[in-house]
Design a protein around this ligand. Structure first.
Ligand SMILES: *[C@@H]1O[C@H](CO)[C@@H](O)[C@H](O)[C@H]1NC(C)=O
Ligand SMILES: *[C@@H]1O[C@H](CO)[C@@H](O)[C@H](O)[C@H]1NC(C)=O
Length: 829
């Protein structure tokens, strides 16, 4: 097979004329100056080159999204820079006011990235109502040199309208270093009491080379010294304290700071007594003691508004970053971002008002601004306990005993580059969230999504398993109760990464090779889409891993069709989620959605079969794209079997819907129907072929007494006895990920000229799209946040606050076109 494929414009045309073929080859050759024979080595080199360029422009970012602001490179152990602040108006509330890690319910009136481009930077605003101040962090990346370029952040504080005129704020930026290398203050402008001007650090590490880190003096007033005796702290100076901290503890900056401040405060109390204390803004300062160390705190105390910069300059870059550069760059980034956003994700009618644009940009920016880099070990139970097969009746009890009995082990360390569901609550990688996260990003920066996909597949074990929740290292684990930390190699999770692989393959097939100037020159144009051969090579490299993952699913989540006299087209394509308990199937992602009771080893889950169908179709298309003909034949056969079995195993004539299957007391196969998201899955994943069944799905979806609400499609029918009961997590609320799939499928049907239900689908599509965008928008306006889910009755956002993962799909929904009903009616004539 030739490593040089026809460029996209030609792929898929089956009857190729010799002229067309020649044109293909010439077009392909245009990308290489080297002859065909050397193509194989060249494509590998091209992939490496693309990866190197992508790595360089993605080396730095706010990749510690668990912090209000935390920069690190995509290097396992290296430099990290972060920020803490608090208002210092009295002695008692200071501890409580210190901000560092994102937390729910700590008096934030919204925060996050208003503008963010992962290649260039952006602006974040933190509306800190509790501290009566708005903090902004303007982050810019400046390419150049050999080590992923330089970067800077401008930190600004603007007192909120309710703040006192002399609001006192203490701000601490810090630099920490793990692994080899050093970072230390350059001592030339040090004074005993602190630094009157800029503070410079010099550093070097094997990966970053030499660098300079400068914290500028900045602008702003400082509190006057009021205490007659306590003159040690001139607050117009900057204080630096360097600590030598064990690597394992270095992320606990706030604890270390508090321990240090406590000593200080105790000493002051002892010296002056409770009644003659110096003011709080003075005593809550660190002791100025710069030196060698792995953690350097840099503190400033301001009165009123302020501003300062942290400038990181790679020594290999041609110029040192200055504050002027930051000013210029942040303007340019904001301007270019808006221009590009309008091209790619601009909200369409009826959302063409500027409020929706701001909303959409904010949600998208928070999604990409929430991308993190994680490194560390994870907890895995590799006991392979036979109870984990879940083959016997009462299996969940045996499995629970086994889980209690077996000792999980630490594995790794591993690294993961991932976008996260929520900065305060879920600041780590979740497998099935990821595919949804990447859907809006694919349009913006496909190369970035390909790196994230690769990062996930690098985590796959020899069997083909990928842990569904990635809790890497102590910092990540500190947010998760122990019982939820353990990962089990028989637990699956919906294979949503295949959404992106399919989107990529589609783009490769359809994209006429771009000569667009912006794409060629811009840092965000896709290198893969411009270099078809390299794109093919990327898929080829990944292909064996995809196959292994697919086989793992088939093997470990296999359902039992044969033992229960089930009549089905295929005796293989039926599946059952493992990790089932009476209350939950966490592995399905729809945790508490009602299923058959009690659980039974003969169960078959319609959502899982649908996911398998989607994955099989994606594998078929990738194999076809790669000319893996034998595999194409096999995947096609399996796909056909899945499509047939969805109907044979899961369609209920009685209920006119798709249902899970189980086995009753007489060992007879039977269907268990809880109308809701589960029933929609064959439709959501594109597997419903019969127009009659499609009509039934649309009936269910459109009925306000079942799934339709003014705020989106609710997770469980209002008529289901389990509606709104118990944990009520997936038993009534509206979820954006599933709604996005519904919107996308309705759009397909509405645009399918031969589909008898297209007019109805068009109406539903327009209405659903409008309901969803307005629901998320209104909660956002009211609360300042996107939410994990929305109440189906009131439309209010609920559960996790600042859920900027798949809820951000609403940006993509807003950018979809309204379907003109007149057009549909016209076509139908
Ligand atoms: C790009 O970065 C990833 C993750 O840090 C690394 O595994 C990979 O080897 C890098 N690729 C190149 C070509 O440098
Ligand atoms: C359009 O609808 C028809 C009738 O339901 C169906 O057979 C066909 O597969 C659909 N086309 C696409 C591209 O989905």
């Amino acid at each position: 097979m030739t490593p040089l494929r026809a460029p996209s414009g030609f792929a898929g045309s089956s009857a190729r004329s010799p002229m067309a073929l020649l044109a293909c080859i010439l077009a392909a050759l245009a990308f290489f100056t080297t002859p065909l024979v050397a193509a194989s080595a060249d494509t590998s080199t091209a992939v490496k080159e693309i990866e190197k360029a992508t790595n360089a422009s993605l080396l730095w970012g706010p990749y510690k999204p668990n912090l209000y602001f935390g920069v690190r490179p995509r290097i396992p152990k290296s430099l990290a820079v972060g920020l803490l602040w608090a208002k210092v108006e009295d002695y008692t509330s200071v501890q409580h006011n210190f901000r560092h890690t994102c937390e729910q319910n700590e008096g934030m009136a919204g925060y996050g990235w208003d503008v963010f481009d992962p290649r260039r930077g952006g602006r974040q605003t933190i509306h800190d109502a509790g501290n009566q101040i708005d903090i902004s962090t303007e982050f810019v990346k400046i390419p150049g040199g050999e080590h992923g370029g330089s970067w800077a952040v401008r930190v600004k504080g603007t007192p909120r309208p309710d703040a006192p005129a002399d609001l006192k704020t203490t701000v601490i930026s810090y630099a920490s270093l793990e692994g080899l290398g050093t970072v230390a203050p350059k001592d030339d402008n040090e004074e005993e009491l602190g630094y009157p001007g800029d503070v410079n650090f010099l550093g070097q590490t094997p990966e970053l080379g030499k660098f300079v880190l400068k914290v500028t003096k900045g602008k702003g007033e400082h509190p006057a010294e009021e205490h007659p005796e306590y003159q040690k702290k001139p607050l117009d100076h900057t204080f630096v304290h360097s600590f030598q901290v064990p690597e394992q503890a270095i992320w606990q900056v706030k604890n270390l700071l508090f321990a240090h401040l406590k000593q200080n405060v105790e000493a002051v109390v002892k010296e002056y007594g409770q009644d003659h204390m110096p003011p709080p803004e003075q005593i809550y300062t660190i002791i100025n003691k710069p030196g060698m160390g792995s953690l350097h705190l840099v503190q400033k105390v301001f009165e009123g508004p302020f501003e300062f910069d942290v400038l990181y300059s790679s020594a290999s870059a041609p110029n040192e970053v200055t504050s002027d550069v930051v000013t210029e760059e942040i303007d340019a980034i904001t301007r270019d971002f808006s221009k590009r956003y309008d091209k790619i994700l601009k909200p369409q009618a009826p959302f063409d008002d500027e409020h929706y644009e701001e909303f959409s940009r904010s949600l998208f920016s928070n999604l990409v601004g929430g991308i993190g880099y994680f490194y560390g070990d994870e907890v895995v139970d590799r006991s392979n306990d036979p109870a984990y097969e879940e083959e016997d009746e009462g299996f969940w009890e045996a499995a629970a005993e086994a889980r209690a009995r077996n000792e999980p082990q630490l594995e790794g360390p591993h690294e993961l580059f991932t976008s996260i569901p929520s900065r305060p609550f879920f600041p780590r990688g979740f497998l099935w969230d990821e595919g949804f996260h990447l859907l809006p990003i694919v349009d913006w920066d496909i190369d970035l999504t390909l790196q994230i996909i690769k990062s996930w597949f690098n985590l796959m074990d020899e069997d083909g398993w990928i842990a569904r929740e990635q809790i890497l290292g102590l910092e990540a684990r500190s947010k998760v109760p122990p019982e939820f930390q353990v990962q089990y190699p028989h637990y699956a999770n919906p294979p949503t990464l295949f959404f992106i692989l399919s989107a990529f393959t589609e783009k490769l097939k359809s994209e006429v090779v771009s000569t667009d100037q912006e794409t060629v020159a811009g840092q965000t144009g896709s290198l893969y889409l411009q270099n078809h051969a390299a794109a093919v090579q990327y898929l080829k490299d990944l292909y064996p891993l995809l196959k292994r993952h697919y086989q793992w699913f088939r093997r470990t989540q296999q359902g039992d069709i044969k033992s229960y006299d089930r009549e089905a087209f295929s005796s293989k394509e039926g599946y059952r989620w493992r990790g089932r308990t009476p209350r939950h199937i966490l592995t399905s992602g729809l945790d508490d959605y009602p299923r058959a009771q009690p659980p039974h080893p003969g169960e078959l889950h319609v959502d899982l079969l649908s996911w398998m169908g989607m994955m099989t179709r994606s594998m078929r298309d990738i194999a076809s794209f790669l000319d893996e003909d034998d595999d194409v034949a096999e995947f096609s056969k399996s796909y056909e079997a899945v499509v047939r079995n969805v109907d044979d195993l899961h369609w209920s004539e009685t209920h006119q819907t798709y249902c899970d299957a189980t086995v009753d007391a007489y060992d007879e196969s039977t269907l268990v129907c809880h109308k809701g998201y589960i029933s929609l899955f064959p439709f959501l994943l594109g597997l419903v072929q019969s127009p009659d069944r499609l009509a039934a799905v649309l009936d269910l979806l459109a009925d306000p007494d079942e799934l339709w609400s003014d705020h989106g499609i609710r997770s469980l029918s209002k008529r289901d006895p389990a509606y709104g009961t118990d944990e009520n997590y997936w038993r009534s609320p509206v979820w954006l990920n599933i709604n996005y799939l519904a919107v996308a499928r309705l759009f397909d049907v509405a645009n399918n000229k031969t589909n008898p239900h297209r007019a109805r689908a068009a109406t539903l599509y327009n209405d659903l799209r409008r309901n969803l965008v307005d629901t998320v928008f209104e909660s956002w306006q009211e609360t300042g946040f996107a939410w994990e889910q929305y109440n189906d009755e009131t439309g209010k956002g609920q559960r996790t606050q600042h859920f900027t993962g798949w809820t951000s799909l609403v940006a993509k929904i807003a950018a979809m076109p309204e379907v003109k009903k007149a057009q549909v009616a016209h076509d139908e004539l």
